[in-house]
Design a protein around this ligand. Structure first.
Ligand code: NAD
Length: 551
């Protein structure tokens, strides 16, 4: 058995930064709700663990609850042979599913939507227990998955329907573009949004007629197993969606090797490996990767709204959100007024870990995340940055808590300036002109999300057009774009390839197939016509079609 989550460093008191202006800040949230042990019972774990595709007697991995450090689950580990078995089962189940009318398939998504809303407390408990995030941030996942289920439940038939295209010869050629499922989609997902990144990406794949083999992160496999159980209850054939669990470098490549298409979400580094492996097999892949997202506060912004938005932008899920803001660019003329409002709100944030609403931020997920966070803060402070709020780990609240932290005076030589922290840390930069703000925002190899605050929304959209990110939110942090299920979401540059949501989010799981039916006459000399007369006839036809604007 291996222990996948909390290593010995997690409980160690991290080093304190020199600047500590928030000694009295970040009160603990009131407790409440069930304990982790009450919510995630041994019976529940045993039932969910049976959903893992793994041979009897498999080795196991133990996970722990980030909030408390207590043991959460012991899960069977799939081997590469088990992954092959998962693909065999999924492949056998897929043709019958694909043969159903689209609306029979999407009816399952719509029932899943209703079940998820009705049973959301079970999901919220599991997400909190496995990730340590605050309940309000777990709820964002329910919201996003319900949005995807409803969107594709209603819109998939339209996205997938056959479309008439111009034929080789008008009237004589009847041409249709059809969408066929890829077959079996291999999905690899991370721990940070375990419900959303697991279910949200699989639902359109299933709606398009595919089977799916998913490897969630082991730390958050219970949430994935629960969501799969729920959609089976909603009517999905059980074999159609297989879940394998195991170490990324062992099981991940096997998932890529069996797939007809790969849907990967995770770090840019792993994404590159996955892309190369998929490319070697000539299999397509969508890659949703990291970011170093910027928020621009223009001189005419509503500072109260911007400060409130910045709290959500930077600290949702303790900053362990791919689209969260790590760089805060503020116009110099309003920087002091904005920072006064923002840091006051940050200091007042309630940290806590009960399985109930009330906390503004929960804990980090793992020792690795806490280590990166404390290292980035400590290094920045050592090199001269100032802590405006937060700055400390909070072992008094739980092994993996860290205060929401605002840094000023951050420079290029500091890791926090350019590397993704993926923790509750934001750096403040001042700018004088819009050009400077845009240049600075774009000065990163990443290109995932950005946020622009201004009272002039037309100007906000004009700035958006200059930003090299897959989504731009005007007067919102990230939820406006992410919640727009009908519009594509994804990254430019090192933030990835391909898009989730909208038409692209489902069509990526299909092959385009052109079916052209020729009627009455062939596209060749016929009825005794020689080649020269045929060529002359077609030339005249092309001219006539141009005159009649037929093609
Ligand atoms: P990670 O790349 O380490 O792991 C992601 C998944 O890949 C896990 O399931 C892991 O087990 C698996 N994996 C690891 N090695 C593998 C390999 N060699 N082959 C195949 N699979 C392998 O990422 P992480 O640190 O767990 O997740 C955080 C990262 O994910 C951050 O960079 C974050 O920005 C990014 N992310 C991006 C999005 C997005 O939509 N763009 C969403 C969430 C998270």
């Amino acid at each position: 058995m291996t222990d996948t989550t909390l290593d010995s460093e997690n409980g160690a008191a991290p080093r304190r930064p020199d600047h500590d202006t928030a000694r009295d800040g970040n009160p603990a949230a009131p407790g409440g709700g069930r304990t982790v042990a009450e919510a995630v019972t041994a019976d529940l774990v045993a039932r969910l663990a049976r959903g893992v595709t793994a041979a009897p007697g498999a080795a196991t991995a133990r996970t722990r609850a980030p909030l408390t450090g207590e043991v959460l689950a012991e899960l069977p580990l799939s081997t590469p042979d088990d992954v092959e078995d998962a693909y065999r089962r999924a492949r056998a189940a897929q043709p019958a599913w694909a043969a159903l009318p689209v609306r029979r398939r999407t009816a399952v998504l719509l029932r899943f939507h209703d079940l998820l809303l009705a049973r959301q407390d079970e999901a919220l408990d599991l997400v909190q227990a496995e990730t340590g995030k605050a309940r309000i941030h777990a709820f964002e996942e329910v919201l996003a998955v319900a949005g995807a289920a409803r969107h594709y439940g209603r819109a998939a038939a339209g996205y997938l329907r056959d479309r008439r295209r111009g034929g080789a010869i008008p009237v004589l050629t009847h041409t249709v573009e059809a969408r066929r499922p890829k077959g079996v989609v291999g999905q690899i997902s991370p721990w940070n949004y375990p419900l959303e990144l697991f279910a949200g990406d699989a639902l359109p794949a299933l709606a398009a007629g595919n089977a799916v083999v998913t490897k969630p992160d082991t730390q958050t496999a219970l949430t994935a197993l629960w969501a799969r159980e729920l959609i089976v209850e909603a009517g999905l054939p059980a074999d159609l969606w297989q879940i394998v669990v195991g170490d990324g470098p062992v099981v991940g490549p096997a998932v890529v090797d069996g797939a007809d298409y790969v849907s990967f979400t995770g770090s840019t580094r792993t994404g590159r490996d996955v892309a190369q492996r998929a490319a070697a097999r000539l299999v397509g892949a969508s890659l949703e990767l990291g970011g170093k997202n910027a928020m621009l506060v223009l001189a005419d912004a509503d500072l109260d709204r911007a400060a409130e938005g910045a709290v959500r932008a930077c600290f949702s899920s303790a900053g362990q959100l791919c689209i969260s803001i790590e760089r805060l660019l503020v116009h110099r003329s309003v920087a002091d007024a904005f920072l006064e409002r923002f840091t006051a709100r940050v200091r007042a944030m309630r940290l806590g870990g009960g399985l109930a609403y009330g906390a503004d931020m929960g804990s980090l997920v793992s020792g690795r995340q806490l280590e990166t966070t404390t290292r980035h803060v400590a290094e920045a402070v050592e090199k001269g940055a100032t802590v405006l709020a937060g700055g400390r780990a909070r072992p008094d609240l739980g092994p993996l808590f860290h205060e929401p932290t605002v840094l000023d005076g951050v420079e290029e030589s500091m890791a926090v300036c350019t590397e993704e922290t993926f923790g509750p840390v934001v750096s403040v930069y001042r700018f004088d002109t819009e050009d400077e703000a845009v240049e600075r925002a774009n000065a990163t190899p990443y290109g995932l999300n950005s946020s622009v605050w201004t009272r002039d929304t037309r100007r906000g959209r004009a700035v958006a057009a200059r930003l090299r990110t897959g989504t731009v939110n005007v007067n919102e942090a990230y939820a406006a774009a992410y919640g727009s299920s009908g519009a594509p979401m994804g990254g430019m540059g090192d933030s990835g390839l391909g898009r989730r949501h909208g038409a692209e989010g489902i069509l990526r799981y299909t092959e385009a197939q052109t079916v052209a039916t020729q009627r009455l006459l062939p596209i060749a000399p016929s009825l005794g016509m020689d080649d020269e007369r045929f060529a002359a006839l077609l030339t005249r036809s092309l001219r006539a079609m141009k005159a009649l604007r037929l093609r």
